[in-house]
Ligand binder design. Structure first.
Ligand code: HEC
Length: 127
């Protein structure tokens, strides 16, 4: 049974306000506790010395310093600017689909993508 339109609008309004509220007090993301475990699980098998992703691009995720050095063409993380960071573009599939990372058939979970995006927006610190 449908609720009267007024009630439905009220529910939408409350939902919109709670989403906006979350944005204002966003959680602080930690590289060591939040980001590194994702990279270790989903990227490291290809992106360390001697592995295919490293061989093809020069990107290693073995350490914070390696990640921030980026590929042999330059950085993939621009601190504070998630939209322009190649790392974020690739995991969000915003570049060519053939470049979506990770390669293979196990994409990142939506929550993991959001964690990495937030970490970059918050300054990509070694925290
Ligand atoms: C199965 C292997 C594999 C996995 C897993 C993988 N990559 Fe890659 N990655 C590659 C290869 C190979 C390339 C070289 C470019 C290409 O072939 O797409 C690459 C290239 C890249 C590049 C450079 C693209 C450019 O602009 O040159 C980035 C950034 C990247 N990967 C990030 C990631 C991240 C982040 C993860 C984990 C979420 C990941 N990769 C997981 C194989 C992998």
């Amino acid at each position: 049974m449908l609720r009267p339109i007024g009630t439905r609008l009220a529910i939408v309004a409350v939902f919109a306000m709670s989403v906006a509220g979350c944005g204002r007090q966003e959680r602080q993301v930690s590289y060591g506790a939040d980001v590194e475990p994702i990279l270790d699980r989903a990227c490291r098998e290809c992106h360390t010395t001697g592995k295919q992703g490293f061989a093809a691009s020069g990107l290693s995720v073995a350490s914070y310093e390696d990640l921030m050095r980026g590929t042999r063409f330059g950085p993939v993380v621009l601190a504070g600017d998630a939209d322009s960071s190649v790392l974020v573009q690739l995991i969000e599939g915003r570049a060519d689909p053939s470049l979506k990372m990770p390669h293979g058939d196990e994409p990142l979970y939506q929550g993991e993508i959001e964690t990495i995006r937030l970490w970059v927006s918050q300054g990509a610190a070694d925290n």
